[in-house]
Design a protein around this ligand. Structure first.
Ligand code: FPP
Length: 269
């Protein structure tokens, strides 16, 4: 008999029971959007939406870990967004992040989750960087899911940094004539070098955009967009996204089983 992972709510267990545990996405990446709209609908300040968003992060992270997802990456602050928001809001987000990291470490440890980051962290306030480093170190020995927070992240900046890193290592290793640029080399110099490419990208609050998130890595990912606003998102929404993912046929640029079959059939006629 199939066993349900411990700790799932009744609703989560019901959705999970229809999933194929052998075909779970290994790496899920989420664009968390809609905090502002969530707050506006309630006539609350935008920051109230961010505060409510933390509960969504907690629920999603715990459910992903419980069902055995090996990597979860959350787009928390984009490098671009950063520049467009009022200072009071970014200040609030920084304070929220510091508090989140402090409160969350025991929960991450309880769930055997290792915390990592992608993005240009060195541009964040010093106090935030120190807290980030503390949380990373405090969870570094966990062996379960890798939770990656994208902070001051932009995919084009990541690709630029990768090229700079390739050049630098070439200079240190015998010069430019030794550089070989292929997919594997680029992958090894991206921030995500230790992660598999995402199989599934989830975006909340309805927008059909990638917004400069993991552009290289999502080449073959399935994209799932839900109208649910981020602060309303919970573990069962993640399971619904996985259910939809499992309904799709992944072809990696090939023709796929169904197509090959009908093609062969057409030839016979
Ligand atoms: C998008 O909503 C959300 C953000 C830019 C911030 C994400 C932050 C959180 C979910 C909370 C803190 C996270 C961590 C990891 C502690 P938006 O403001 O762009 O919403 P809108 O498009 O409706 O205005």
């Amino acid at each position: 008999m199939l066993t349900t992972p411990a700790g799932l709510s009744r609703k989560e267990a019901e959705i999970y029971s229809h999933l194929d545990p052998a075909r779970l996405p290994q790496h899920i990446a989420i664009i968390m959007d809609g905090n502002g709209r969530w707050a506006r609908r309630r006539h609350m300040p935008r920051v109230a939406g961010h505060r409510a968003g933390v509960e969504a992060v907690r629920s999603t992270v715990e459910t992903a870990a419980r069902i055995g997802i090996s990597a979860l990456t959350l787009y928390a602050f984009s490098a671009e967004n950063w520049k467009r928001r009022p200072e009071t809001e970014t200040g609030f987000l920084m304070a929220l992040l510091r508090r989140y990291l402090k409160l969350e470490v025991p929960i991450l440890n309880k769930n055997n989750i290792r915390l990592r980051y992608i993005g240009r962290a060195h541009e964040l306030p010093q106090a935030v960087q120190e807290r980030m480093e503390w949380a990373r170190e405090a969870t570094a020995r966990n062996t379960g899911m890798t939770l990656t927070l994208a902070l001051n992240y932009g995919a084009r900046s990541e690709i630029i940094d990768a090229f700079e890193s390739i050049l630098k290592s070439a200079v240190n290793n015998g010069g430019l004539s030794h550089v070989k640029i292929d997919e594997e080399t680029i992958g090894r110099h991206l921030y995500t070098r230790d992660l598999p490419d995402p199989d599934l990208v989830v975006r909340t609050s309805g927008e059909m955009r990638l917004s400069n998130f993991l552009l290289w890595q999502v080449a073959y990912a399935e994209i799932y967009v839900t109208e649910t606003l981020w602060p309303d998102f919970r573990g069962h929404h993640l399971l619904e996204a996985i259910a939809e993912y499992q309904k799709r046929e992944r072809r990696y640029g090939g023709l796929g089983a169904a197509h090959t079959h009908s093609h062969a059939h057409a030839h016979k006629k």
